[in-house]
Design a protein around this ligand. Structure first.
Ligand code: PRT
Ligand code: ZN
Length: 210
């Protein structure tokens, strides 16, 4: 392999930390917001800037060799990729939340209820495991307002500080999955020397931060 390709988020919560990590690895590149590809001048690496949702498939299909994305996105897309390194940022928990005045006692109380989410695959797996039959309403954003609008009895979404739940009159009900940013790679790429070299640099940046 002559040049490695890495996919990172173009803009959003993981972009800044992803760029910072690569820069801390000693990689020199232009971070123009308008360009979709950046070439690193002092390491055989090209950086592709993408929507985070697209990163797992780009890596699985080999358009990118490696990628940096939240574990929740990998779980939702169900791709078959190699986990190379947890990165310790972008930490969050995917939770089911219910209105503050809600009286549900346990998970089984969700049976027959409507749950709004942007993560239907992860939620369905959890409900299957718990043997609960609920109605999943898939919406692409602003999930927290669904109960107030009467669209759903509960929501399933990413929570970090809990501020968004609170300001929408919701409270956490069940933790389903914890997530952080992770470096993934196409299956079989783990032992490529460029991947190993980059991984070594990432690990020493992380050690220096401890
Ligand atoms: O444009 P693109 O599709 O690339 O980005 P996106 O809008 O889909 O994702 P983005 O940038 O919001 O998040 C990228 C990744 O960051 C997610 O996939 C998670 O892995 C991780 N992450 C960490 C979070 C949060 N924390 C987070 N708090 N993603 C989203 N949120 C949202 C959440 O959806 C909710 O609306 O923040 C709100 C809750 O935050 P609190 O602090 O009020 O609890
Ligand atoms: Zn996204």
């Amino acid at each position: 392999m002559k040049t490695l390709k890495i996919a990172i988020q173009k803009s959003g919560r993981l972009n800044e930390k992803s760029v910072e990590l690569l820069k801390n690895c000693g990689l020199s590149f232009e971070n123009y917001k308008s360009s979709l590809i950046s070439t690193v001048s002092n390491f055989p690496l090209e950086i592709l800037f993408l929507r985070d949702d697209d990163i797992p498939e780009y890596v699985q299909d080999g358009i990118a060799d490696i990628g940096l994305v939240g574990e929740n996105v990998i779980a939702e897309t169900g791709v078959d990729v190699a986990y190379l390194q947890r990165l310790g940022f972008g930490k969050c928990t995917l939770k089911i939340a219910v209105p503050n005045n809600n009286q549900y006692q346990n998970i089984a109380d969700l049976s027959g209820k409507a749950i709004a989410t942007s993560y239907p695959v992860i939620l369905q797996k959890f409900l299957d495991k718990e043997k609960i039959n609920a109605d999943i309403k898939t919406i692409s954003g602003s999930v927290e307002i669904a109960p107030g609008l009467g669209l759903a009895d509960a929501i399933f979404d990413i929570v970090s500080t809990g501020g968004t739940l609170r300001s929408n009159g919701l409270k956490p009900f069940a933790d389903v999955m914890s997530s952080e940013a992770i470096l993934i790679g196409r299956k079989g790429i783990e032992n490529e020397h460029l991947v190993l070299e980059l991984l070594q640099r990432i690990q020493s940046v992380m050690r220096a931060k401890e």
